[in-house]
Design a protein around this ligand. Sequence first.
Ligand SMILES: Nc1nc2c(ncn2[C@@H]2O[C@H](COP(=O)(O)OP(=O)(O)OP(=O)(O)O)[C@@H](O)[C@H]2O)c(=O)[nH]1
Ligand SMILES: [Mg+2]
Length: 451
Amino acid sequence: MDSQTIVAPMTPMGVSAVAALRVSGASVRRVVAAMFGKKAVEKLKAREACLGTARHPETGKVIDSLLYIYFEAPNSYTGEDTLELYPHGNPLIVRDLLQAIRSIEGVRLAEPGEFTRRAFLNGKMDLTQAESVADVIHSANRAELENAHRLLSGTLSKKIATLAEQVKDISARLELDVDFAEEEADPDYSGWQQKFEGIRQSIETLLNSFRSKASLSRIPLAVLYGAPNAGKSSLVNALLGEDRLLVSSIPGTTRDFVEVRLFLDGGEIRLVDTAGIAEQAADELDALSMKKSKEILEEADLKILVVDGSSTTSLEECADATKADIIVYTKSDLQSAEQTKEQAKRVEGSLCISSKSGEGLAELKRAMNASLFKATEKQEDIWITSEREKACLEDAIAGIDRALDLFKTNPAVELLAFEMQLVRRALQSITGEISSEDVLQSIFAGFCIGK
Ligand SMILES: Nc1nc2c(ncn2[C@@H]2O[C@H](COP(=O)(O)OP(=O)(O)OP(=O)(O)O)[C@@H](O)[C@H]2O)c(=O)[nH]1
Ligand SMILES: [Mg+2]
């Protein structure tokens, strides 16, 4: 393995209360000496936070007063000596610290995912766990995050290990048969086919669980639409809890669609406010606005029809009511909304809300959440998200299928044993028991710097 010590920021380059940097490798204690002085190294205790003044090793110039923690190999994320530094979150300080640490001999900037790569190479985690680290960071909703945590804890690793063990057992018995093939007249294959099919079934279940990384980090889109003046922009403001969008009693206030981000229980969503859709466009600009509203509505995962509950417009008269997943009657605080409330009771999936008093907002958020995020899966459910793992499972199934095919022709035992060896290798590649430089390169290149 590369013997150089690596350094990288763990937090994005921006202003924050505190930033974090990580250093890993054999030169970590030298880094402490160079940045904080020889005495600091003498006092250094693993996993104990120290307050110190970091100085540039060459110029002696103060960089920052900060906390740092030393982790002694092998008890660290990477399995190597590691140092974490927590300076003030000023990008200038982070740059100076990085530059100073890199100037120490034997230290260089880490490549993307290099800390996790070292953790894998030092046996701290297997490949399925290493890949799930990226999922933990990028999961855009709670269900995906919980799955990523299950993968990180080794749930998939255990399943794969059990399967690989079963295949190994079969291989061992087949190989035994190969050894005795000359003595026995005809090997007895009854029951074997069933075993092969059982394993195939388990692998197929895992394979079918695949969900792409794109769905992992996808942020769902909810669109509010309806007649001008219905109260769409007011509703966005009320959901956000701040006066973000322009609201007025003049119909046609919103011209372009406006996107905001909203956190629901299940995760973050994109919420879009659109220009009101009237029966007839007043002018060319109005027509363009309405066209844009309709276009974004087509992309929506959740279509929320907003109806002015204080007017006597009946639901049947509302534009595109059939498209709606949720119908919201607004302005329930007004006396004139009483009649609509009665009507709403009869319409499935409809809610009465008031952006002024807040009535019905919590209920609306719950309905949006239920519709956009699936209920959390059972604790033991997992799904795979890695194309690489998927390809390995496909290789394993192809091997089993070839073996199953062989049964039809009363095969030589050697051929069956050979196929099962390939199946086992495909399974072992998933956890990284067998891996190549190319595979590692493609996995970790997709990580962020500092992870
Ligand atoms: N009393 C009351 N008035 C509301 C409520 N929601 C909106 N309004 C009023 O209704 C008018 C229209 O509100 P907007 O939020 O601008 O309506 P819109 O649907 O975005 O309108 P366009 O952008 O023109 O399509 C404003 O005068 C709001 O103050 C509510 O819950 N209660
Ligand atoms: Mg508006």
